[in-house]
Each structure stands twice: as structure tokens, then as C-alpha cells.
Ligand binder design. Structure first.
Ligand code: C2O
Length: 578
């Protein structure tokens, strides 16, 4: 097959011996006030076109260094990370380091047309940032068009040397990164979907570490496997890198104990299944304490929206005890029904920070954003052409009824250099109209479901303590949306079903989880809090890629502060040009 799959097994050989691509003492472009002590980790990413055979079908996909999933970035807390990205494909590319808070390094965040112009064919851009006060499991992925369908990988940040995990040390660690795979070219797929005005076609398979598992057409031998020793405890670093699908995950007969979510420790919480929206990560401990055998690990869809066709066959991998007969039948993993939102809310309620330091108890800015889909009128130039959205309209999506329009140069450059005409600063802090967002939403498609279009941002003064309510709407369909904020983690202080009601909402101001992507409950709301103490332009969007394409996004501009380490540095000299 001529195709390399990365080995995502991490053997823990003591805190000093991290299996890292390279660790060199480069003189970094380190800010002079940065805490010193971390190492510098240098990686080279070549964006390449690679031939793969999956499901008995050979095609070319875009990869990093020929790998699916791509290479793992290893670091320790406070390390400097430098990744030189060279684009050897004909497509534009950028890479985003999802969950890296990019303290004073917004230029290296990566979302195309937000913090940078794309790296064009043949060009190079070097990303550089510090894992400042961060550790845990995160991910990186392409952040332009639908390229992240095949361009993604794990980020593993260990604690500083000598600092243990806050749980018994696992015998071994493994990365399991969930993906979504189409036999068609994802970039062409995106074009076709957007041209049609309709929904995204279902994936041909889901993947675990690049392998679909035995249940799809012609995939019997393309299965990922973890070998385990009876009696030992394993740390699994679960990452959902799927394009358009939220995923359940479970292991037959085994319980999963969540100890970290989105790269922040949690109080241990044990569940039979977990759900991850795209962009979310969970570290779970699993004890190999069952009779010797071969157990399935399964991932399958969580689909809360109405009237969507989707792939409902699970991707299977194996959790195989040493001593089990190689050809022994594997015990079947049971996943919740695809629309079991109760499992999702029960798990969310179980997520508690281990220590919620710096949770803002007072609030300067009270924001309220609705999130949801809408339908625009079909106004194609060709009268014979039909639009394939609901009732002959065009699918769109919005926040506070504003459909995000991608600018033509990056917002960060426009802001930094005060170039007029690329965005407006009037993104509304609250909805322009108030109504029963969930049950009384306008639904006379397309007549009353059109949104306003624009590249609108919300400006925040440095240090603003923000509370933001994310409210799902019932226009077209209610749906669980995984909302991701760049540049910050936020405390998830509350969530519920129906419309947010400040009189009755119960908030957790003691130990809320600290996350970077929150799956807002279907037909419900979530309250998040963060301190806007990182200057730059920060994208916030639904992490279902089709919803970004439809405009479910906005951006914050966080202004510089006055103190030291409160000003965004100059752009790097190799920042790509548009
Ligand atoms: Cu992981 Cu803007 O995305």
C-alpha cells in the first residue's frame, strides 16, 4: 500500500526520556520576559500529497510527512515549540494548534484568513509558541477549507520533569485519534456541497488512528490494535479529529475513568461511554482487569439533529490482552443509540476541574450568542439550477443571526496594521431579537430564516472578565454544536436544556471544567467564563466543519493591555502574504 501509519504508542520510560521528534537548544524568538527553563522542540512538517488505499480504493490525500494521522508533537509544560511547515501540495494550507492558548503568539494560531493568509504552494511558514502553563492532550489540524479531513495529529504535553500526574502512574499510554474518511476527495466534496446549497454527504468510514476497522466495505484487515497486559492500567489519550461528526467511544466490558478533558485535569469520573465533539480531547484510564480476551474499542456517531443522513457504522479497534488467542472472537463494544443525549449530559455534568484556579467570580461583559442553522433563499443566476437545502433554499448557519463571511486578508493583519474595510466591530453582544429560541424559532423556510451576512467582530478590552451564554436555536433543527474558542480555555460554569433563564440557571462556581471546545446541548445552552487576557484576534466557531463553511463563526479582538507581557509582538517576518 506504500502508506505509513504513525505508531501512536507511547512507552513511558521515565519522565526524562520523552520520545520526541527532536529537541534542540535553538535560540528561540523567545520574548525576553518568558519564564526560562523549558526546552525547545523543533519539528518539520511537509504538507504532501500521499497515495492511500482504504476500503479497497486508492486515491491521493493531503498529509503531513506522508502520515495519517500525522506526526505527534511531544513537549513538556513551558517548552517552546517550533514547527516549520512547508507546503509541497498545489493547495493552500495552514495548521492550527488546537487548544494551545498561544499566549502572546496569536500570529502562530493558524486559522486561515483570521490570523494569517494561507501558506501557498511551495512556501514555508514557521509556527512558534510556548506551551505556557499547559500540559495534556491536544491536537493540531489544517485550518483552511476541509483540508483537516486528512491533515490532523496529536499534541502530547507532559508535565514538567519531576511533576507526577495527579493519578496513579499508568503502565502505558496510547493515543487514539478519531477521524472521518471519504473515498471522494474532501476538497472537491466541500466545493460540491457548497455549490449545491444542501447538506454534507455521510462519510464512507470513521477511523481510529487511521484504521476503519472491520465493519465497512472491504476493511476487514485494516484494524488498529492495542496489546495490553492483564492487571495493568492504561492511559488512553482520546482525540476527536473528525470533520463533521460528534462521536461516542467505548470499550467492551471496560469502564473509562476520565482524568483530563481538553488538556486540563479533572476529578476522576467513571463512565461506560464518553462523547467527544470534533476538537475535544479526553484522557481516560482503563484497567485491564477482565478475563483474558480480545475486546472491541468502538467509536460511532452522536447525531442530535433531525433529518440528517449520516454514517451509522462504527469504527472498531481492538484492546487485546496478552495471552488471548489471536483469532479469538472479540467481545462487542456497546455504544449508546446515536441520539442518546442523556448520556452526553450526564457525562458533561460529571466533568469537574481538579483545581479551578483563576475562575472569574465577577463579570465585566455579559454576552449572549445564539447558535444555529438557517436557510437562505435560492437566488442562483441559472434559473434551471435548484438549491438543495430545505425547501429549495441554501443552508447557512449563524451566531446571533450573523452569518460569518470570511475576509480576503487575515483579520489579525487588518487589525494590526489598521487596514480598513475588512471587518466591522459591530458583532452584537446579545441577540438583535429576543424570542423563545428553542421552541418559538422562526421556521417558515426560507421566508423568515434568513440571516445577516458580515465579517463582524466583538472587541474586548484587555483583561475583560467575560461570561458568555451559548444558546442553541430551533431554526431548521436543534442540534448539539461543539463550539471552540481559539486562544483561551474557558470555564464551563453551567448548561441546561431549553432557553437560558438567569433566574433559574444553576451555575457551578466551585469546580467547573476548563475546556477549549464545549458541546452545547441540543436545544439547550451553556454558560462559559474566561478572562480576555491574551491580545489578538481569536476565532470562535462550531467545530463541525460544514457549519464553519456555512458561517457558524465570529471573532473576538482582544486589545493590548498596558503592563509587561500584555502586548502582541510584531508579526513574524515569514508570515504568508495573501
Ligand atoms: Cu480546531 Cu478553529 O479549530
Amino acid at each position: 500500500m506504500g502508506f505509513i501509519t504513525s505508531h501512536l504508542v507511547i512507552l513511558w520510560l521515565g519522565l526524562l526520556s520523552i520520545s520526541c521528534g527532536a529537541s534542540v537548544g535553538l535560540a528561540a524568538r523567545r520574548h525576553k520576559h518568558w519564564p526560562v527553563g523549558g526546552s525547545t522542540r523543533f519539528y518539520e512538517f511537509k504538507v504532501q500529497t500521499t497515495k492511500v488505499t482504504k476500503l479497497c480504493y486508492t486515491k491521493e490525500i493531503v498529509t503531513i510527512n506522508g502520515m495519517l494521522p500525522g506526526p505527534v508533537i511531544y513537549a513538556q509544560e513551558d517548552d517552546r515549540v517550533i514547527i516549520k511547515v512547508t507546503n509541497e501540495t498545489p493547495h493552500n494550507a495552514t495548521i492550527h494548534w488546537h487548544g494551545v492558548r498561544q499566549r502572546l503568539s496569536c500570529w502562530s494560531d493558524g486559522p486561515s484568513y483570521i490570523t494569517q493568509c494561507p501558506i501557498q504552494s511551495g512556501e514555508t511558514f514557521t509556527y512558534e509558541f510556548t506551551m505556557y502553563q499547559q500540559k495534556g492532550t491536544l491536537l493540531w489540524h489544517a485550518h483552511i477549507s476541509w483540508l483537516r479531513g486528512t491533515v490532523y495529529g496529536a499534541i502530547v504535553v507532559y508535565p514538567k520533569t519531576g511533576v507526577p500526574y495527579p493519578f496513579p502512574h499508568p503502565y502505558e499510554e496510547h493515543i487514539l485519534i478519531l477521524g472521518e474518511y471519504w473515498n471522494k476527495d474532501v476538497l472537491q466534496l466541500e466545493k460540491a456541497v457548497l455549490a449545491s446549497g444542501g447538506g454534507a454527504p455521510p462519510a464512507d468510514a470513521f477511523l481510529i488512528n487511521g484504521h476503519p476497522g472491520p465493519l465497512y466495505n472491504c476493511s476487514a484487515n485494516d484494524v488498529y490494535k492495542i496489546d495490553v497486559v492483564p492487571g495493568k492500567t492504561y492511559l488512553l489519550r482520546l482525540i476527536n479529529a473528525a470533520l463533521n461528526m460528534e462521536h461516542f467511544f467505548s470499550i467492551a466490558e471496560h469502564k473509562l475513568t476520565i482524568v483530563e478533558a481538553d488538556g486540563e485535569y479533572t476529578k476522576p469520573f467513571t463512565a461506560d461511554h464518553v462523547m467527544l465533539g470534533p476538537g475535544q480531547t479526553l484522557n481516560v484510564l482503563v484497567k485491564a482487569e477482565k478475563p483474558i480476551g480480545n475486546y472491541q474499542m468502538a467509536t460511532g456517531p452522536y447525531m442530535s439533529a433531525q433529518n440528517v443522513t449520516f454514517q451509522n457504522i462504527s469504527s472498531i479497534a481492538h484492546f487485546q490482552y496478552s495471552g488471548a488467542a489471536v483469532d479469538s472472537l472479540s467481545l462487542e463494544a456497546k455504544l449508546p443509540v446515536y441520539n442518546d443525549s442523556l448520556v452526553v449530559s450526564r457525562n458533561l455534568a460529571g466533568l469537574r476541574s481538579l483545581n479551578a484556579t483563576n475562575l472569574p467570580l465577577e463579570i465585566d461583559a455579559n454576552l449572549f450568542f445564539t447558535i444555529g442553522l438557517n436557510v437562505e433563499r435560492c437566488n442562483r443566476a441559472d434559473p434551471n439550477k435548484t438549491c438543495q437545502g430545505p425547501r429549495g433554499g441554501i443552508f447557512a448557519a449563524n451566531m446571533n443571526n450573523i452569518t460569518f463571511v470570511k475576509p480576503t486578508i487575515s483579520l489579525l493583519q487588518a487589525y494590526y496594521k489598521s487596514v480598513n474595510g475588512h471587518y466591522t466591530e459591530d458583532f452584537p453582544g446579545v441577540p438583535l431579537k429576543t424570542y423563545d429560541f428553542v421552541n418559538g424559532a422562526p421556521n417558515n423556510i426560507p421566508n423568515d430564516t434568513q440571516s445577516l451576512n458580515g465579517t463582524r467582530v466583538k472587541v474586548l478590552e484587555y483583561g475583560t472578565r467575560v461570561q458568555l451564554i451559548l444558546q442553541d436555536t430551533g431554526t431548521v433543527t436543534t442540534e448539539n454544536h461543539p463550539i471552540h474558542l481559539h486562544g483561551f480555555s474557558f470555564y464551563v460554569v453551567g448548561f441546561g436544556t431549553g432557553d437560558f433563564n438567569p433566574m433559574t440557571a444553576r451555575l457551578n462556581l466551585v469546580d467547573p471544567p476548563y475546556m477549549n471546545t464545549i458541546a452545547v446541548p441540543v436545544g439547550g445552552w451553556t454558560a462559559i467564563r474566561f478572562v480576555a487576557d491574551n491580545p489578538g484576534v481569536w476565532f470562535m466557531h462550531c467545530h463541525l466543519e460544514i457549519h464553519i463553511s456555512w458561517g457558524l463563526a465570529m471573532a473576538f479582538i482582544v486589545k493590548n493591555g498596558n503592563g509587561p507581557l500584555e502586548t502582541l509582538p510584531h508579526p513574524p517576518s515569514d508570515l504568508p502574504k495573501c
